[in-house]
Design a protein around this ligand. Structure first.
Ligand code: MN
Length: 228
């Protein structure tokens, strides 16, 4: 038994629909994984391999909880995404074998301080403070693949104050879920408890304090948060 000199931090977890909770180790995110979003961000989606960034596990905001508007930004953007949760890890995972590492799925929001991210991009600096800030990852209830299967098509949509802001289809991902897991597992050792935010479709835009964000991924679930 380790004699911790301060109380150890608690384990981040996402409640599972129907009971229990999924413990979270790391949160990976895929950048520019829908062609129309890549274009709206000024990139050419046809020539780019997948790339990744991370958020801390304690940045998760559990479904229904408020998200505080973050400091040092005047441009907080929503990015509606499908989230994959791994129950098995490894390195060099083969695409054909990838889905067997998946425990389940959730709807999530990769909230972004776009002004800080854009400044970082321009100066060739890290994205962390644009992406990995406190409360930057609202997420809905987790659902097991054993119950819903592995979604590869279907609506992904975000409403802000009841108005549709983002609407697309999971089939429009450039790198699908098996390809994403396989690619990421060649860069890092994946492990049980890892989440992967799989990228956002077009329509990203700013939100303000008081806005209500309601996202849905067909066959998976919803995510809901109010910016305060
Ligand atoms: Mn994103």
């Amino acid at each position: 038994m380790v004699d911790f000199v301060i109380p150890p931090p608690s384990v981040a977890a996402v409640p599972v629909a129907g009971g229990g909770a999924f413990p979270v180790r790391r949160v990976y995110c895929v950048g520019r994984n829908y062609a129309e979003h890549a274009r709206e961000m000024g990139s050419d989606p046809d020539r780019e391999p997948p790339f990744f960034f991370m958020k801390p596990a304690d940045a998760l905001v559990i479904d229904g909880a408020d998200m505080p508007y973050p400091p040092q930004s005047n441009s907080l953007h929503h990015e509606m995404e499908l989230v994959v949760a791994l129950s098995e890890g490894g390195v060099d995972i083969q695409e054909a074998d990838a889905l067997r590492h998946v425990w389940g799925y959730a709807a999530g929001l990769d909230m972004t301080r776009r002004d800080l991210q854009n400044a970082a991009k321009k100066e060739g600096k890290p994205w962390d403070m644009g992406k990995a800030f406190d409360a930057s990852a609202p997420i809905g209830l987790m659902v097991p693949a054993a119950k819903i299967g592995h979604p590869s098509r279907g609506l992904i949509e975000l409403k802000v104050n009841g108005q549709v802001r983002q609407t697309s289809d999971l089939s429009k991902m450039i790198w699908d879920i098996p390809e994403t897991i396989a690619y990421l597992s060649r860069l890092v050792r994946l492990a049980p408890g890892d989440l992967i935010f799989t990228g956002t479709p077009e329509g990203v835009a700013a939100v303000e304090r008081g806005d209500l964000l309601e996202g849905v991924v067909a066959g998976v679930g919803t995510v809901r948060t109010r910016i305060v």
